[in-house]
Design a protein around this ligand. Sequence first.
Ligand code: ZN
Length: 212
Amino acid sequence: MQHLRSCWNSRLETRRTRPVTADPVPKNLPFLYGSWPFHAMGHMQRPEDAKMQIEAQKVVTLNYTLTDNEGTVIDESSDSTFAYLHGASNIIPGLENALVGKTSGETLSVSVPPEEGYGERDTTRTQSVPKDMFPEDAPIEIGMQFHAQGPDEETIVVTVTELEDDTVTVDGNHPLAGEQLNFAVEIIEVRDASEEEIAHGHVHGPDAHHHE
Ligand SMILES: [Zn+2]
């Protein structure tokens, strides 16, 4: 407990997580190949050029619906604003692996087991902490998430699961740990990543690139 207290000092801040990636998502990008077939004018454009396959160093824009095994929708993105850099561990391994070789316009269903998603649930990662470790000006509610530092100095996200007068119970498991994740995916666009995106390991939007 003492260790956590010292580590958590001034580290607590609210944060919204996306189950798939925490990176900022860019606005939709021009859909380069949407008007194929072209008429040859000048130089040849072959159909195979128009369908870029998903592999490392490609930026993939996709729509998805994520449901649990009861069919409850956990998360979805349907406005073509979700993009990730393939091969950079931006998304969970089970989904990333299933997308290899796919092209824009394809749809697929992927059922990802916990070990290829957010891991199994670890009951030892739940604990009660004094309420005064949290910022005084922020009302604490069940379901809120905070940044904290874990035992190996890594940043973890904890979720408030119980509230009492002086203590708060937090769960350091990812909210989707232990869940079978069922994705219905539509691939909107596949493009080459820029050198800067590859160097940074994430997607940049079409405007200015901004970091948190
Ligand atoms: Zn960047």
